[in-house]
Design a protein around this ligand. Structure first.
Ligand code: PLP
Length: 461
């Protein structure tokens, strides 16, 4: 154990000296020391001190099939030995990319007669959303409406870290760095019932009113200038904000009425996370473009893309000529081979069906019990994402002083107790691997209660 500790210190010293991490405050990192994660299996990760940690976040919402899946490593090895790389620019292609595009087209549900026969590949969610911005503008240019440039998004959304991705996102902290958003991107309020509902307003009424903010924004911008609306089915990084049932049908009515494109950013929500291969099916809306990444390979290798619906594909293909856009790694054969193996594994183990009909409802039942905890003002799940809000007063739902950072206090107790849970302000959120069993859900829930109790003790002392 002492040898491991020495390793930890040495790695931490090199880490803070050389590695600029994403989303990390580096001041004091050298003395704090980053936690060094060294290995993983199933739903657990281990750190360099030997601590076993239940990963209720699936890494970054991506390890849907769980850790340690040999099939995925084998698929990468086989493909690397056969064709480790070739591009698909300039009329070339490769077999895994073709097979994956075909597979994804078959998995994407046809809602309201619309289908997704085409896929554009990238390596991440951010690149995919950049692709969306260019594709949407190209679509309207080709239709002779180049003035349709404005994309409407929502506050607190997360759509990635590239210039366009961070601009589409609605995170004030990101906009403040780098002079964002870029032109022609604007935001409306998120459908967060807990925070934004009026006193006495029903969830159904709130859902319709929240969707109405889109219509108001379209009218403010000018309907003939709006190109698209982009949204996550359930806001993930914003704190697992689950919209009321009335929200998406009303959004669909509005985008139909004004003829604007609908982009469903399913980087988190696709591939079983909400109990469906694609999340728009759960809410019954009809997107024109669907962003995906993360779960398509269970995070084992970078891969993302855009499912391109018929409405857009037809214009790009029939009127388009060459679309001057693409990445070296678009349709990377190894990434596509791993994705195919991952989707096959998920089908064989019925992971999507289990979340929909078995483990998802079980998690919902167990998670709802948290509402009895003195610190919890609300707790909801949707498939295998869940969020709870920590409140100072259960009777009034009064929140803690933001400066107290009660979410971070709770997160600290999670770390100490072998549980990875994320804090978004005072919301605590999870997105567990889809392989989680009932017994493991029980184990996770016991840890969550222990961490909530420890937080409460802290606040009382
Ligand atoms: N879109 C959504 C909804 C996301 O949650 C994320 C990442 O968390 C992204 C886009 C960006 O994906 P990436 O980090 O792969 O660029």
């Amino acid at each position: 154990r002492r040898a491991e500790q020495q390793d930890t210190k040495a790695i931490q010293a090199l880490d803070s000296a050389h590695y600029l991490h994403p989303f990390t405050d580096h001041a004091g990192l050298a003395s704090r020391g980053a936690r060094v994660i060294t290995r993983a299996d199933n739903i657990y990760v281990w750190d360099s001190e030997g601590a076993k940690i239940l990963d209720a976040m699936s890494g970054l919402w991506c390890v849907n099939a769980g850790y340690g899946r040999k099939e995925l490593a084998d698929a990468a090895y086989q493909q690397m030995m056969t064709l480790p790389f070739y591009n698909s620019f300039f009329n070339t292609t490769n077999v895994p990319a073709v097979q994956l595009a075909t597979k994804l087209a078959s998995l994407a549900p046809k809602v309201g007669g619309r289908s997704f026969e085409h896929v554009f590949f990238s390596s991440s969610g951010s690149e995919s959303n950049d692709t969306n911005v260019r594709m949407v503008r190209r679509y309207w240019d080709l239709l002779g409406q180049p003035q349709r440039k404005v994309i409407i998004s929502r506050n607190n959304a997360y759509h990635g870290s590239t210039m366009a991705g961070a601009s589409l996102g609605g995170m004030g902290g990101m906009h403040a760095q780098g002079d964002l958003p870029i032109p022609n991107i604007t935001h409306i309020e998120q459908p967060y019932f807990f925070e934004n509902a009026r006193p006495g307003e029903s969830e159904a009424d709130f859902g319709r009113r929240a969707a109405g903010w889109l219509e108001a924004k379209i009218l403010e911008v000018g309907a003939d200038k709006v190109a698209a609306f982009i949204a996550e089915p359930v806001q993930g990084a914003g704190g697992v904000i689950i919209p009321p049932e009335t929200y998406w049908p009303e959004i669909q009515r509005i985008v139909d009425q004004y003829g604007i494109l609908l982009i469903s950013d399913e980087v988190i929500c696709a591939f079983g996370r909400l109990g469906h291969w694609f999340a728009y099916e759960k809410f019954g809306y009809r997107p024109d473009l669907v962003t995906f990444a993360k779960g398509v390979t269970s995070g084992y290798i970078p891969l993302g893309g855009v499912m391109v619906g018929d409405r857009v594909a037809r214009v790009l293909i029939e009127k388009g000529g060459e679309f001057n856009h693409g990445y070296t790694y678009s349709g990377h054969p190894v990434a596509c081979a791993v994705a195919l193996a991952n989707l096959e594994l998920m089908e064989r183990e019925n992971l999507v069906g289990r979340v929909k009909d078995d483990t998802g409802p079980y998690l919902a039942r167990r998670f709802a019990e948290l509402k009895d905890h003195p610190l919890v003002g609300g707790a909801e799940t949707c498939g295998f994402v869940a969020g709870l809000v920590l409140v100072k007063n259960k009777a009034t739902n009064a929140m803690f002083d933001a400066d107290l950072g009660v979410g971070m206090i709770c997160r600290g107790h999670c770390f100490k107790n072998g549980l990875i849970m994320r804090a978004v302000g005072d919301r605590m959120i999870i997105a567990p691997p889809l392989v989680m069993t009932h017994a493991q859900i029980d184990e996770m829930m016991a840890l969550i209660v222990r961490c909530l109790d420890a937080t409460l003790d802290d606040l009382r002392s």
